[in-house]
Design a binder for this molecule. Structure first.
Ligand SMILES: [Zn+2]
Length: 431
């Protein structure tokens, strides 16, 4: 028997997409549009061609202040963390205290703050704080306990002044426009959070919505099990799910596509080893799942299964074509739904067969995803079903891993078929 309510949930992504609304997507930050400001244009090393001795001394002194603050966070030493904060800046003091509180809740296994490029002097800040005012990008290199296998990084914009021989933090927001897309927009940069850990899953919600955190964690834990069942390679299930009410956490935009576009329900955001200004550098380390704030209370397991498939595969490499990336996530999602004998994705199947397959001639690329997301996701799912039927889940995982590392050139070797033959085979595949 089909349970109407759950059946709807099972095809929620599609059903809502059809009414112009919801699709889950996978975003690597490097693929997103660049920050509104050409960041490089407003950032420069120093006004002079080469750093002076004074610049170097200042950098060294500020780095020492930042290093003490990193140590203070790890040690739970609020006093040490607040020591360089100007007590007269009451809003800054409140934000910094909150930052400390939140960071302690996340639990960090490593943390290092250090200066990166200096910003051009900001007239408003120099006017307010005087001639020694120094604004700089601060890198936060960190690992969340139980989540990040290696350090990842994000950036902040801090302004210091020199007083009585020491550097005092006087501002932490006035240079935000120079930061990378999600700089100073991490989950700990907004209101007080509640961090819920359950198994390998970590969920972060607003402190006032603690019960939502418990609920999401339960659902997320089940989603991890489903992914592990159908993704035939090892995955430790460590994932951070952000389900906060604030719109700009991780700088996510919740519409995409062309024309009126569609609303995105959740994103898996990949983090890279050495990321600056929103451009990936180095190898992918892991992912966060960010849930659309408007939909956080209606989050279902299916959506998380889709996103977690992206998380489970994110560190393999960046070369898998989009049809394989989204097709695999949809494949695992649909299999997870049908693991429950009371559930089916038949309406989805019917829609793909009756509406989308007629147009299938080549494997869907970025342009198909931008122009018609429903068709692109549905078709990619069906292609993956076809490949799973042909290869089995183990070889499907091998193929996906190979695609992630080498790109589409491995298709023939791993499947015996060309891209055109795969498209033709999927078109005829009955399921
Ligand atoms: Zn996706």
């Amino acid at each position: 028997m089909n349970h109407p309510k759950r059946l709807f949930a099972g095809v929620a992504v599609l059903a809502l997409a059809a009414s112009g609304a919801v699709v889950a997507v996978h975003v690597r930050r490097g693929e997103e549009p660049p920050p509104g400001l050409g960041a490089a244009a407003v950032v420069e090393a120093t006004p002079s061609a080469s750093p002076t001795v004074a610049d170097a001394a200042r950098k060294q002194a500020v780095d020492a202040v930042l290093a003490r603050r990193s140590t203070a966070v790890l040690a739970g030493d609020l006093k040490g963390f607040m020591a360089p904060v100007d007590p007269k800046q009451t809003e800054l003091v409140a934000r910094q205290r909150l930052l400390f509180t939140n960071l302690r809740k996340f639990g960090l296994s490593s943390l290092k703050y250090f200066t990166a490029d200096a910003f051009r002097p900001v007239p408003g800040l120099v006017g307010k704080f005087g001639p020694t005012t120094f604004s700089t990008r601060v890198m936060m290199r960190y690992q969340l306990s139980g989540l990040d296998p290696r350090p990842v990084q994000t950036d902040l914009g801090y302004t210091f002044v020199q007083r009585a021989g020491t550097w005092v933090l006087v501002d932490d927001t006035g240079t935000d426009e120079n930061l990378s897309q999600d700089g100073h927009r991490q989950p700990w940069d907004f209101d007080e959070v509640q961090v819920v850990r359950r198994g390998s899953v970590v969920v972060v919600v607003d402190k006032r919505e603690a019960s939502l955190g418990t609920k999401v964690a339960q659902v997320a834990e089940k989603a991890v099990k489903s992914v592990r069942k159908h993704w035939a390679r090892p995955w430790n299930g460590a994932v951070l799910v952000v389900a906060m009410p604030q719109e700009r956490v991780m700088s996510t935009l919740w519409t995409a596509g062309s024309g009126d576009g569609w609303t995105i329900a959740a994103k898996a955001v990949t983090l890279f080893e050495g990321e600056q200004l929103g451009k990936p550098a180095g190898r992918p380390i892991g992912s966060r799942i960010v849930v659309n704030p408007a939909l956080r209370k209606r989050l279902d397991k299916d959506l998380l299964v889709h996103e977690m498939t992206h998380v489970a595969t994110a560190t393999l490499g960046l070369n898998a074509p989009i049809w394989a990336v989204e097709g695999l996530a949809e494949y695992v999602r649909c299999r997870a739904i049908e693991d429950d004998p009371h559930w089916t994705v038949d309406p989805y199947r019917k829609r793909v067969k009756s509406q989308y397959l007629a147009k299938l001639t080549t494997l869907p690329d970025q342009s198909v995803f931008a122009a018609d997301a429903d068709r692109a996701y549905g078709t990619s799912w069906w292609i993956t079903e076809y490949l799973a039927d042909k290869l089995g889940e183990k070889k499907l995982a091998t193929l996906y891993t190979d695609l992630s590392v080498h790109g589409e050139s491995v298709l023939k070797k791993d499947t015996g078929l060309t891209a055109t033959q795969i498209a033709a085979g999927a078109k005829k595949f009955k399921g």
